[in-house]
Design a protein around this ligand. Structure first.
Ligand code: GDP
Length: 441
């Protein structure tokens, strides 16, 4: 077992503060600082006392003997009153007997002790950071090992094929026909499964990082007001002077359970003012990277050349038209946009009319496929792509006469998959992943 570590696992300022201990001597330290005694994994009630026997808090605590604990080591958890002074005093007391944990060190130990694979450990962090309902569901699915199971199935197929090939290489005279004849089918199945996981992953990125939705349109169209209405907060500065939104404003919101980052852009148009020009440039970039464009038009002003240019420029992009200021007398109707083949929604930021319909239309455009909940991590998608490329290489080599080439490709595919579950992850990679965790997790 490892050295004894401790950390506060809850944010400062709550009603209750949870402190965790893990490693050699967790039980002894618990009994040193806590007067209560309970059976393993049962809550006990008692006092926290310092070396001089002075009480620091009335608390609950539990002891989790190895290996049935989060880290797989002996662990203890203390449930303190959340007051800052209490927490500080108890942490100081523990600090005299144990080492403060590094970020993610508890989960890292769980991984090293085989309680979780790497994909599951990463899901722990995703779950903590999930900002929208579907993101949380997807992290939870990964935490329960659904991704790991799918990958393990592909690994098993490839390993089977590889061991058959290796036998054929070692004993060419006994080259089994069924090894070579089964190979194309096995490789094709593995490739299809990897392609399915990658496809799901690319649309699943939305669940992790949020869909990027950019509001574009000429100055005064009503973009900032719309952003505020959608975000439900006074975030963008709204004025009646054209060109006042000089920078790109971002707002993270959840739309029907899907995380979305809204970008309000300065009107994309030629600007003379240098400050405004920077804003225009940023707006253009935000629009280029967006998953969905909301083309904002002022329904209370005539449709201008600038508006028509925007419609023409964005043809082919994923986009929705928003006819703003629906509470004012309209100078034109949404049908005017039908020649451009764009879905249009009329809204009023002022009265809130049409906002629900707009949210639904946005969610429908960016909603990932049902299966996408499985892979949302960019690192995993990249590893799957590498594995798929190696399997594709193996398929090409399988037609030839050199089984060694196929075997090499299969080993590479397996190495890539092993990076997802952590079977083949380097110490470096592991350290990098866990350093992004919070302390106490
Ligand atoms: P932007 O330049 O496209 O960001 O446009 P703004 O959101 O700053 O809005 C420009 C002007 O139109 C402001 O005076 C807003 O108060 C007004 N405006 C925006 N949305 C609405 C709306 O739904 N109804 C009405 N009546 N006025 C609006």
């Amino acid at each position: 077992m490892n050295d004894l570590i401790y950390a506060l696992a809850t944010p400062v300022g709550g009603a209750i503060a949870v402190v965790r201990l893990s490693g050699t001597g967790a039980k002894e330290l618990l009994h040193t600082v806590f007067t209560g005694r309970g059976a393993p994994r049962e809550m006990a009630y008692g006092r926290i006392v310092n070396e001089a026997g002075e009480p620091l808090d009335q608390a609950m605590a539990a002891f989790f003997p190895a290996p049935r604990s989060y880290t797989g080591e002996d662990m203890a958890e203390l449930y303190l009153h959340g007051g800052q002074t209490t927490v500080r005093r108890v942490l100081a007391l523990l600090g005299r007997h144990a080492r403060g944990a590094r970020p993610g060190e508890f989960t890292e130990r769980a991984f090293l002790n085989g309680k979780l694979d790497l994909a599951q450990a990463e899901a722990v962090m995703d779950l903590i950071n999930a900002g929208a309902e579907r993101s949380a569901n997807s992290a939870l699915a990964q935490l329960t090992g659904r991704l790991s199971e799918r990958i393990a199935a592909v690994e098993a197929q490839l390993l089977d094929a590889l061991s058959g090939l290796e036998a054929a290489i070692d004993y060419p005279e006994e080259l089994e026909d069924d090894v070579t004849s089964a190979l194309p089918g096995v490789l094709a199945a593995a490739e299809a499964e990897l392609a399915a996981l990658i496809g799901a992953g690319l649309s699943g990125r939305v669940l992790r990082e949020g869909a990027r939705v950019a509001l574009i349109g000429r100055p005064n169209a009503g973009k900032s007001s719309l952003l505020n209405a959608l975000a439900g907060a006074e975030r963008a500065i709204v004025t009646q002077f054209a060109g006042t939104t000089r920078d790109v404003l971002e707002e993270a919101v959840s739309m029907d359970g899907i995380p979305v980052t809204l970008f309000d852009t300065a009107g994309i148009r030629a600007a003379d003012d240098p400050v405004e020009r920077i804003g225009v440039e940023r707006a253009r970039r935000a629009a280029e990277r967006a998953d969905l464009l909301l083309l904002c038009f002022d329904a209370a002003a005539p449709l201008s050349e600038e508006d028509e240019a925007l419609l023409a420029e964005t043809a082919g992009r994923s986009r929705l038209a928003v006819c703003c200021k629906g509470d004012l007398p309209a100078l034109w109707e949404a049908e005017a946009l039908s020649p451009y083949g764009i879905e249009a929604v009329a809204v009023s930021a002022e009265t809130g009319e049409g906002l629900a319909a707009l949210r639904r239309a946005i969610a429908a455009r960016i909603a990932p496929a049902a299966e996408s909940a499985l892979v949302t991590n960019a690192r995993h998608i990249e590893a799957l792509q590498r594995a798929a490329a190696s399997v594709a290489d193996a398929e090409k080599s399988a037609g030839g006469t050199e089984p060694e080439l196929v075997a090499t490709d299969l080993r590479e595919a397996l190495a890539a998959l092993g990076q997802i579950t952590g079977r083949e992850a380097s110490a470096d990679l592991i350290e990098r992943i866990f350093s992004k965790f919070c302390v106490g997790k």
